[in-house]
Design a protein around this ligand. Structure first.
Ligand SMILES: Cc1ncc(COP(=O)(O)O)c(C=O)c1O
Length: 376
């Protein structure tokens, strides 16, 4: 779809040498997507603290957190079906990703990163001065991972393969068999596979087991942010084999030091009540998904893989410019979507459907008006 792929091509020497120090996408997400009808967000609408069974007396400022707060370590290990020595608590999936890359790659190491990608993942690799190579997820193939492309790109210098499941931005699901093959490709050169599973949580009872269970080369990151509306807890985690987990705790020592204990206490409560939290998310997503399906069925100007699970969709705008659509939406209709250029696919846009249903319904209606206006 008019996309220039960089597959298997190393970024320029200049790009390799100069340290990446920020993410244009994150800056935009924090400051540029503030419209009343915000369809740019990918996480479920905030879960209210008042609905968690917790009282102020249950909280404390300081507590016994050293290498994790034991009740939280235990709750995360139980949720993920792993031993506690494989769990490293982190500040959201964001810092979990940073820690994993910092622990597994050194300057000049090759890293294979999916394309399109959630920008911070490639920015972290750029910050660490890795040599970044890409493997494609082609829109025409439902954004599935092309294993031949991956095999073609990997070399004996590859230390890490990076992917998201569900894929951000397309929401594509990678099945266990494909993941297993990716593990084999990685193992053949002694590399690891980082799977960011933050959106896998949004499959709820339909979620398969974590790819962590597929072998020692898999390192998984996730959090309670996207599926549960609990972003503010910053309850993230890494699943890693015990030796790597020890190394990761060493990096925690020289970065976070000690986590915020009130957040740890609240996270334990949230995990104990995750069924109730998930029920509300599922209901919200089902309502919005029905609206989204109806909307997409009616639009001849968009091509999209309609999601049965997850929180986002990544439509292709068949004609016209996505940036113009974004401007029109913002200026006239108080609505934000994510321009595809942030995912290196300027003919697409990402639409999140996990906001409050009234807001989402009004926002998608406005998107329809803007698309109609563009086609006249
Ligand atoms: C793939 C991916 N990983 C991580 C994050 C950030 O997650 P967290 O809020 O847990 O730090 C996002 C947020 O958009 C994301 O899309």
């Amino acid at each position: 779809m008019g996309q220039t792929w960089l597959t298997g091509i190393k970024m320029s020497t200049k790009a390799v040498r100069s340290r990446v120090m920020n993410s244009e996408y994150m800056k935009w997400a924090k400051t540029g997507a503030r419209e009343k009808y915000n369809l740019a967000v990918s996480g479920v609408a905030p879960y209210p603290l008042s609905e968690l069974p917790v009282k102020i007396e249950d909280l404390e400022i300081n507590g016994p957190s050293a290498y994790g707060y034991q009740p939280l370590q235990n709750a995360l290990a139980a949720k993920c079906g792993v031993e506690t020595n494989c769990v490293v608590a982190a500040i959201g999936t964001s810092f979990a990703n940073f820690l994993v890359m910092a622990a597994t790659i050194e300057a000049g190491d090759e890293v294979l990163i999916e394309q399109p990608v959630y920008d911070p993942l490639s920015s972290i690799a750029g910050y660490l001065r890795a040599e970044i190579k890409r493997f494609r997820r082609d829109a025409a193939n439902g954004f599935q991972i092309d294993l031949r492309d991956l095999e073609h790109a990997i070399t004996s210098r590859t230390r890490l393969i990076v992917l998201t499941n569900l894929h951000n931005p397309s929401n594509a699901y990678t099945d266990e068999e494909t993941l297993r093959q990716i593990g084999e490709i990685a193992r053949s050169v002694g590399a690891r596979v980082l799977v960011d599973e933050v959106y896998l949580e949004a499959m709820f009872e339909r979620a398969p087991r974590s790819s962590f269970h597929l072998g020692h080369e898999f390192v998984v990151t996730a959090s309670l942010t996207k599926a549960y509306g609990l972003s503010g807890l910053r309850c993230g985690w890494i699943l890693a084999e015990p030796d790597l987990a020890k190394k990761l705790w060493g990096l925690v020592d020289i970065t976070i030091g000690i986590p915020a204990h009130p957040a740890e206490l609240l996270s334990v409560v949230a995990l104990a009540n995750l069924g109730q939290v998930a029920k509300r998310s599922r209901a919200l997503l089902e309502t919005n998904r029905a609206l989204l399906d109806r909307f997409l069925d009616q639009r001849d100007d968009l091509t999209a893989h309609q999601p049965g699970v997850g929180t986002v969709v990544f439509p292709h705008l068949k004609s016209g410019k996505v940036d113009e659509l974004c401007d029109l939406l913002r200026e006239k209709y108080e609505t934000s979507i994510v321009p595809g250029r942030f995912f290196e696919m300027s003919e697409h846009f990402r639409l999140g459907y996990a906001g409050a249903p009234e807001m989402f319904g009004a926002g998608i209606e406005r998107l329809g008006w803007a698309l109609d206006e563009m086609s006249v």
